[in-house]
Design a protein around this ligand. Structure first.
Ligand code: PLP
Length: 383
C-alpha cells in the first residue's frame, strides 16, 4: 500500500538533517547551559547559534528570539504577557478564524474582564480592513491576527494590518506558525511586535517553538522561574530541540525559493485534478492569497470524516477541520465563520503538502479519489 502524507499543516516529518544535528546533544553534549563548568559552557554556544539561525529566517536580531516549547506557548506568552504588562483591562482584537492557541487565551482574558473583539471574515475567509480600522480606534489595544490560516491556507495582509496597528500604537502579535519557512518574512520591514513559530510545522520535532519579541515591546514573562532566555522564559533550555529548530530554519530558508514553487505546482495539480474528476466539489477560501502548500476542498453531500477514513484505507493522510478540533462532527469554526453552506461544510477536507511530496503521490490521490467520493455519495442521505 502507498503511504502518502498530505497533512503537513498538522505536523511535518522531522528532516534527517535536523535529527543529525540534534543527536550529539543527547549523547555527548548533554550539559546544562547555565552550569559554570565546561559541560555547560560547551553547549551554550550552540543555543546562541540556533538563536541566530531562527532570527535569520525572519530577519530579526538574535536577542529578539525567545525559545518556547511550542506555538501554543508562543501565542499564550504574547497575548497574556502583553495584557498583563498593560497593567489594566485592555481591548484585545483578534479574528474568529484563529487557531485555538490564540482564541483560547483571548477568551480566557475576556472572562477576566478584558474586552475582546473577534473580527469576522467573508466567504473567502478574508478580513475587512475597514472594519478592523474602525474597531481598533485610538484607545490602547492588543491585536493578535494570524498570518495564514491552518485550515484553508488563507493569508491575511499582515504588512498592511501592521501599518494600521502601528498608526494607532496598538501592540500587534501574529501567529506565523503556518507561514514560517513557506514564504519570506522580514520583521524589519513589517512593523509587528511579536510573532510565533512552531518547530513541528517546519520539519523540526514537536515540543519546540520560538517567539519573536521586538526590542522594547512590553510583555510580561509567562513561565516565571530561572533567568534563562535573558529572564524572558524560565526553565532549563531544551538544547537538542533548540539546535533542531535552528537547523530546520536553515533548511527552510535554503529550500524556500525552489520548493515553494514546486509545492504550489503540485497543490494546483491536485486541486485541478480533484475538481475535474469529482463533481459538486468546491475550494474553500481565497485562492489567490493562500499558502502554496494548502488546499481545502468541499466534497458536497458527504462527511469529511468518512472521506478521511476511506483515504486512510488506501494509505493517504489528509485532514478535515484542523487536527486539533477534529473528533467532533461539527464543521470547524473556520469553515462556519466563512458561511460555507451545510452540505459543503461537512465534506471539507484539507490537503497540505511539504517538500517531501512527489508528483507521483499527487497523481495517485487524483486517480483514487473519484471512486471514494462516488461510493460515499451513493450512501449519503443528502444527495
Ligand atoms: N497556530 C496555528 C496556526 C497552528 O496551526 C498550530 C498547530 O496546529 C498552532 C498555533 C499550535 O502550535 P503547537 O502545536 O506547536 O502548539
Amino acid at each position: 500500500m502507498k503511504n502518502v502524507y498530505l497533512d503537513n499543516n498538522a505536523t511535518t516529518q522531522v528532516a534527517p538533517e535536523v535529527i543529525e544535528a540534534m543527536m550529539p546533544f543527547f549523547k555527548e553534549l548533554w550539559g546544562n547551559p547555565s552550569s559554570m563548568h565546561h559541560f555547560g559552557g560547551q553547549v551554550k554556544k550552540y543555543i546562541d547559534t540556533a538563536r541566530e539561525q531562527v532570527a535569520d529566517l525572519i530577519n530579526a536580531e538574535p536577542s529578539e528570539i525567545v525559545f518556547t516549547s511550542c506555538g501554543t506557548e508562543g501565542d499564550n506568552t504574547a497575548i497574556r504577557g502583553a495584557a498583563e504588562a498593560s497593567g489594566k483591562n485592555i481591548r484585545i482584537i483578534t479574528t474568529r478564524v484563529e487557531h485555538p492557541a490564540v482564541l483560547g487565551p483571548c477568551r480566557h482574558l475576556k472572562e477576566q474582564g478584558h474586552e475582546v473583539i473577534e473580527l469576522g471574515v467573508n466567504s473567502s475567509g478574508q478580513l475587512d480592513l475597514t472594519e478592523f480600522r474602525k474597531v481598533l480606534g485610538k484607545e490602547p489595544a492588543i491585536v493578535s491576527i494570524m498570518w495564514a490560516n491552518n485550515e484553508t491556507g488563507v493569508i491575511f495582509p499582515i504588512p498592511e494590518i501592521a501599518l494600521i496597528a502601528k498608526e494607532q500604537s496598538a501592540v500587534l502579535h501574529t501567529d506565523a506558525v503556518q507561514v514560517a519557512g513557506k514564504f519570506s518574512i522580514d520583521v524589519r520591514k513589517t512593523p509587528l511586535d511579536m510573532l510565533s513559530i512552531s518547530g513541528h510545522k517546519i520539519h523540526a520535532p514537536k515540543g519546540i517553538g520560538a517567539l519573536y519579541i521586538r526590542k522594547g515591546t512590553k510583555v510580561n514573562t509567562f513561565l516565571i522561574g530561572g533567568h534563562q532566555e535573558n529572564g524572558r522564559r524560565g526553565g532549563t533550555e531544551n538544547v537538542p530541540y533548540i539546535v533542531g529548530l535552528g537547523q530546520a530554519c536553515v533548511l527552510a530558508k535554503k529550500h524556500m525559493q525552489d520548493e515553494t514553487t514546486r509545492i504550489a505546482k503540485l497543490r494546483d495539480r491536485l486541486e485541478a485534478g480533484l475538481l475535474a474528476s469529482c463533481p459538486d466539489t468546491t475550494v474553500n477560501g481565497d485562492r489567490v492569497h493562500r499558502l502554496p502548500n494548502t488546499t481545502n476542498i468541499s466534497f458536497q453531500y458527504i462527511e469529511g470524516e468518512a472521506i478521511l477514513y476511506h483515504l486512510s484505507d488506501i494509505g493517504v493522510a489528509a485532514s478535515s477541520g484542523s487536527a486539533c478540533t477534529s473528533g467532533s462532527l461539527e464543521p470547524s469554526h473556520v469553515i462556519r465563520a466563512m458561511g460555507v453552506p451545510f452540505t459543503s461544510a461537512h465534506g471539507s477536507t484539507r490537503f497540505s503538502l511539504s517538500r517531501y511530496n512527489t508528483a507521483e503521490e499527487i497523481e495517485y490521490v487524483i486517480e483514487t479519489m473519484p471512486a471514494i467520493v462516488k461510493r460515499l455519495r451513493e450512501l449519503s442521505p443528502f444527495v
